[in-house]
Design a protein around this ligand. Structure first.
Ligand SMILES: [Zn+2]
Length: 246
């Protein structure tokens, strides 16, 4: 079995969905489909009813946070129903509207506290805010319950997350990006996960619209970079899956 720890099945065009389900089932892939917001979570819940290999998870993506924070307690039932929390986090790099930064922090802290209350892992976007995310997680003692998604920050912060035993998803640029390969070499094999980040990430990196089976290339890239066998990688990721999704 392959496990994609961070995808967005709702990014696929409707006409592609049957092809996506077939690709998932034929290649025996479990896909954690991260919500961007409430509407996205409902869509992913629907997909999981058609294709049981899709695991929908709830979160509010930092790109979806506006400068007004609504009543966050309204999300409680979604949080409870979701096996893990995500996608959540902070983005001070791609998001140019600085007025959203404080609200982003408020929303992220809310999810971290809830994850702690309900004992769930978090799937976290850290772009341009790696140190602050580390501090918030550290304060709540949630670093060990964190999946750091497609890390691209500096190596000194990376080492702090590694020392704190966070998990890391390696993504679709593992075969081409020297930085991602360097990160892969530093992350211990028992903290490694793999992801595709949905169809549009691959399109962004290589121009090719990604299918879920792209995860196989990510696994291959991790094996080559870390010089480990496919069996060893599959064993570790599946072991981590059982801990994280328990
Ligand atoms: Zn994502």
């Amino acid at each position: 079995m392959y496990i994609d720890f961070h995808s967005h099945i709702d990014f696929y065009k409707d006409v592609e969905l049957q092809k996506v389900y077939d690709d998932i089932n034929k290649n025996n892939i479990k896909v954690i489909s991260c919500a961007m917001d409430e509407e996205s979570y409902k869509k992913n819940l629907g997909f999981s009813k058609v294709c049981s290999n899709i695991v929908p998870t709830f979160g509010i993506h930092p790109w979806k946070v506006t400068n007004v924070v609504t009543n966050l307690d309204l999300y409680d039932n979604y949080i409870k129903s979701s096996k893990i929390i995500g996608e959540v986090g902070l983005d001070f790099h791609w998001v140019e509207d600085k007025l959203t930064y404080e609200p982003q922090i408020e929303v992220f802290k809310h999810f971290v506290k809830k994850a702690k209350t309900y004992d769930k892992f978090l799937n976290i976007h850290t772009k341009g805010a790696e140190e602050l995310i580390y501090d918030i997680l550290h304060e709540e003692n949630m670093l060990e319950k964190s999946i750091i998604h497609w890390y691209s920050g500096d190596l000194s912060t990376l080492n702090k997350f590694i020392d704190a035993k966070s998990y890391f998803t390696l993504s679709i640029d593992i075969n081409t990006s020297q930085k991602s390969q360097e990160i892969a070499r530093l992350v211990p094999v028992d903290r490694i996960l793999a992801e595709t980040d949905g169809p549009t990430a691959l399109e962004w990196v290589t121009g090719v619209y990604g299918m879920p089976s792209e995860i196989i290339n990510v696994y291959d890239g991790i094996c080559n970079t870390k010089d480990i066998s496919m069996d060893e990688l599959k064993y570790n990721i599946e072991h981590n899956y059982n801990i994280i999704l328990k």
